[in-house]
Design a protein around this ligand. Structure first.
Ligand code: ADP
Ligand code: MG
Length: 369
């Protein structure tokens, strides 16, 4: 393959590391409100190859972002924002050094199967894969949860994306076929296997959320303002009994609060539905979550609504919803066991016909890959 590590740097890598993308089953925009989330790893991963250097130079290549042979560089200790995807690498080295870890320069090659900017957390899988490679190369004393928190710091403190803890936690400790029920405030988590009788489906709408950073910030600010007006530290501290009070807030704050409060309750109900294998209940929760994102939180787009609408018409689908931060991205569906591949194919085909977009089926993974 062109631009292999050997071709780029003239020798083989010393370490390789990987981290998966994730699909959030339910619990959207709840993590920065101290609430509950339920992500699961997807088969697509980010792969990192790395070799230490004897100086302080970092040289990096991404098969997803770079031209053939195009290597970006910086000097350890001189990280500066604004170098596009290299910010994620610079963020990792700056955060590690500020926490007292000693590094030398290194060569890095990145390649990912996680679609970028599609609500499946390519960025956290990149942060976590680089951190894992560095942990191994430099024998850093960092456990998996600490590693996830470092990944979050990379995006919040360096890249300038005020993300919650769900994505790096999913990339660091979630696995396929097992949901990670995470209480983001207490940082307590439990693993909840998907019951038999269920085929998860993930379809990328082909609409990237490229310009969503601003909208995400607005939602965060609205939540902080609403919490302040309601006199609680975080929206996590509210229950459904508080909703009449919240609904008196100036528009659109009441609706934002209603999404967060009902979404937290839906995560808890979804965990119960998974444990008791109540698949119709699970489906109802998914659709309710989608409607809440669409109407109260206003993070959906027409293409995503079309995918969810096609799922609603399909007798083999229990439920479907927008997954990830929104404003484009992907949809997660739960279908009857054994039907996943066929359902995904027919929904993707109808969606492509009606929207003119090019959807991609991530789960179930096609056998050619
Ligand atoms: P998401 O995490 O939902 O995919 P983000 O906007 O948070 O979307 O992150 C996407 C950004 O992360 C890309 O624009 C790029 O800067 C960086 N990124 C992710 N994966 C890679 C990769 N394989 N190579 C280079 N940059 C990547
Ligand atoms: Mg991201």
């Amino acid at each position: 393959m062109a631009s292999s590590f050997q071709e780029l740097f003239g020798h083989p890598p010393e370490v390789v590391a990987h981290a998966p993308g994730r699909v959030n089953l339910i619990g959207e925009h709840t993590d920065y409100n101290g609430g509950f989330v339920l992500p699961m790893a997807i088969p697509q991963q980010t792969h990192v190859e790395l070799r230490r250097r004897t100086d302080r130079r970092v040289r990096a290549f991404s098969a997803n972002k770079s031209q053939p042979g195009e290597i970006l560089e910086f000097e350890l200790g001189q990280e500066s924002v604004g170098k596009s995807w290299l910010d994620y690498v610079q963020g990792v080295t700056q955060v590690l050094q500020r926490q007292g870890h000693t590094l030398s320069g290194f060569e890095l090659r990145v390649q990912s199967e996680v679609p970028l900017g599609s609500g499946l957390s390519s960025s956290a899988s990149l942060d976590v894969a680089i951190l894992r490679a560095l942990r191994q190369a430099f024998s850093l004393p960092v456990d998996d949860v600490q590693l996830a928190l470092l990944g979050q710091k990379v995006e919040v403190d360096f890249v300038g994306a005020p993300v919650g803890v769900m994505d790096p936690m999913a990339a660091s400790i979630a696995s396929e076929g097992v949901a990670l029920f995470l209480d983001t405030r207490e940082m307590r988590f439990e693993r909840v296997p998907l019951p038999a009788g269920l085929d998860p489906i993930v379809i990328n709408s082909g609409v990237a959320h490229n310009h969503a950073a601003g909208d995400y910030r607005v939602r965060r600010a609205e939540c902080e303002r609403a919490a302040e007006l309601l006199g609680v530290p975080q929206l996590r501290d509210l229950s459904e009994a508080d909703l009449p009070r919240a609904e008196k807030l100036p528009e659109p704050l009441g609706r934002r609060v209603r999404h967060i409060v009902t979404e937290n309750a839906r995560v808890l109900a979804t965990v119960e539905a998974l444990r008791s294998a109540d698949l119709p209940k699970l489906g109802t929760l998914f659709y309710a979550s989608h409607d809440s994102q669409r109407l109260d939180y206003e993070v959906s787009v027409p293409e995503i609504d079309l995918l969810v609408g096609l799922a609603r018409e399909d007798a083999d689908v229990y439920g479907a919803r927008l997954t990830g931060g929104g404003f484009g991205g992907s949809v997660v569906m739960m279908a009857r066991a054994g039907t996943g591949a066929a359902v995904a194919a027919r929904i993707a085909r109808r969606y492509a016909e009606r929207s003119g977009q090019q959807p991609a089926i991530l789960v179930p993974q096609s056998i050619e890959h």
